[in-house]
Write a protein that binds this ligand. Structure first.
Ligand code: NDP
Ligand code: MG
Length: 380
C-alpha cells in the first residue's frame, strides 16, 4: 500500500484523486487531507479514513474537534510529519499560488510530488527542480497535457525531440465572435464544453490563460525553449498532447477527457495502473485540429512573452491573471479586462534572479499593480 497525502482534497483534482484511490482498493492509504473552506467535506473524509490527519488551511470561527491541524502553518507541519510516517507520494491539488509553499514542503520532506498545481512550476520551477534533485525525489506532472508529454518522452526519449505540441480545447468561447467577448458573464465562462474543473482554471480555459500557463509549465518542466512549445486547438480533448521528433514523426497520447487518467498514472508511477475509466471507440471518433486565434485570445501570446523573458515575468503573469480572474468572478471587471490587466502588468520590469524571496516579492507587487490598475477599468 502506498501512503498518500492529498492536498486540496475537497476540489476537483482532490475528488478525482479520491475516486482513483477508491477504485484501486488495497493500493493506496490516504494519511493526510487538506481543505481550505469545505469543513463538512473534510470531516466526511475523516469518517471514511479515520487514520488520516485532517488539515483546514482557511480561517473559520468554529473548527470542529475532528480537525487535527489548522492554518497554513498547520499544513506545513502535517506535511513534515508525513515524512516520519513513510508517506510515498503527495498529490498537490491546491489552486493558485497558495500551492507553491506546500509543494516545496513536500519535496523538503523527501516525498514524491504528483503535481496538479501548475502555479508551482510557473512561479518557481527552477527552485522546485533544484529541491527535488537535492532530495532525490520525483515531480510527476498531473496536468493532463504534461502528464501526456512526460509519458511520451519516457517512452521515446528526448534526444531527437523537435517540439512539444500542447492541445487546447479552446474552451466555451472558441467559436464566439470577438465582438461578443465584452459581454460575457462569469456563468458563460464557467460552462466548459469538455472538462469539469474548479472555477479559476475554468475561467483560464475560456481566456486561454490556462494554455498560456501550460506553455510556461512545459518550458520549465521539460527544459525546452518557448518557440519549441506549440499550441494547437483540439475541441474534443481526446489527444492530450503530442511530441514531434526531428525526423518528422509525431507521437500522441489519447484518452477521454477525465483527470482520473493522469492522476492514476502519477499515483502508480513508475508502474502503470490497471483500472480503465473508459475505452475510446475509434469507430465513432472525430479528431479536429485548428490554429489558435492569438488576437482573440491575447493571454496566449502574452504567456509566450513571459516565457521568453523568463526571470520573474512568469510570476507576474500568473499573479496578475489570478487577481484579474477574481475580479472578473466578482463582476468588477469585464472578461476582456483580464488580458488588458495582464498586458499592462507585464509592461513593468520583472527582471531579477529567481530566488524564493524574489518570487514572493514579485507575486505581491504584481497583485498590487492589478489593484492600482483596476480603477482605470469601469465596474460592470
Ligand atoms: P478547485 O478550486 O476545484 O480546488 C482547489 C482546492 O484547493 C480545494 O480543496 C480548496 O479547498 C483548496 N484551496 C483553495 N484555496 C486554498 C488556499 N489558499 N490554501 C490551501 N488550499 C486551498 O481547483 P482544481 O481542483 O480545479 O485545481 C487545482 C489545481 O490543479 C490548480 O492549480 C489547477 O490549475 C490544477 N489543475 C486542475 C485540473 C482540473 O481538472 N481541475 C486539471 C489540471 C490542472 P476548499 O474546497 O476547502 O475551499
Ligand atoms: Mg491542462
Amino acid at each position: 500500500m502506498k501512503k498518500i497525502a492529498l492536498l486540496g482534497a475537497t476540489g476537483s483534482i482532490g475528488n478525482s484523486t479520491l475516486d482513483v484511490i477508491r477504485k484501486n482498493p488495497g493500493c493506496f492509504e490516504p494519511v493526510l487531507f487538506s481543505a481550505h473552506t469545505a469543513i463538512e467535506s473534510l470531516v466526511r473524509l475523516g469518517k471514511e479514513y479515520p487514520n488520516a490527519c485532517l488539515v483546514l488551511t482557511g480561517k473559520s470561527q468554529n473548527v470542529p474537534a475532528e480537525i487535527h491541524r489548522i492554518g497554513r502553518e498547520g499544513l506545513l507541519w502535517a506535511i513534515e510529519e508525513c515524512a516520519h510516517s513513510g508517506v510515498d507520494i503527495a498529490v498537490n491539488g491546491i489552486s493558485g499560488a497558495a500551492g507553491l509553499e506546500p509543494s516545496l514542503a513536500v519535496l523538503d520532506a523527501g516525498m514524491n510530488l504528483a503535481l496538479a498545481n501548475k502555479e508551482t512550476i510557473v512561479m518557481a520551477g527552477e527552485i522546485v527542480f533544484m529541491k527535488a534533485r537535492e532530495k532525490n525525489v520525483c515531480i510527476i506532472p498531473v496536468d493532463s497535457e504534461h502528464s501526456a508529454i512526460f509519458q511520451l518522452l519516457r517512452a521515446h526519449g528526448k534526444e531527437n525531440l523537435d517540439s512539444i505540441i500542447l492541445t487546447a480545447s479552446g474552451g466555451p468561447f472558441r467559436t464566439l465572435p470577438a465582438e461578443r467577448f465584452a459581454w460575457v458573464k462569469p456563468r458563460d465562462a464557467l460552462a466548459h464544453p469538455t472538462w469539469n474543473m474548479g472555477a479559476k482554471i475554468t475561467i483560464d480555459s475560456a481566456s486561454m490563460a490556462n494554455k498560456g500557463l501550460e506553455v510556461i509549465e512545459a518550458v520549465k518542466l521539460f527544459n525546452v525553449p518557448p518557440d519549441r512549445v506549440k499550441v494547437v486547438l483540439h475541441p474534443q480533448s481526446i489527444v492530450h498532447s503530442m511530441v514531434r521528433f526531428l525526423d518528422g514523426s509525431v507521437y500522441a497520447q489519447l484518452s477521454k477527457p477525465d483527470m482520473r487518467h493522469p492522476i492514476q498514472d502519477a499515483l502508480f508511477f513508475p508502474d502503470k495502473g490497471e483500472v480503465s475509466f473508459d475505452t475510446l471507440d475509434f469507430t465513432s471518433l472525430t479528431l479536429e485540429f485548428e490554429a489558435p486565434d492569438e488576437k482573440k485570445f491575447p493571454l496566449l501570446p502574452l504567456a509566450y512573452h513571459a516565457a521568453k523573458a523568463g526571470s520573474l515575468y512568469p510570476v507576474a503573469y500568473n499573479a496578475a491573471n489570478e487577481e484579474a480572474v477574481s475580479l472578473f468572478l466578482e463582476e468588477k471587471i469585464c472578461f476582456l479586462d483580464i488580458a488588458r490587466i495582464v498586458e499592462a502588468v507585464l509592461q513593468q520590469d520583472w527582471t531579477g534572479v529567481v530566488t524564493l524571496e524574489a518570487v514572493w516579492e514579485a507575486d505581491k507587487k504584481a497583485r498590487a499593480c492589478v489593484y492600482a490598475l483596476k480603477s482605470s477599468f469601469p465596474d460592470h
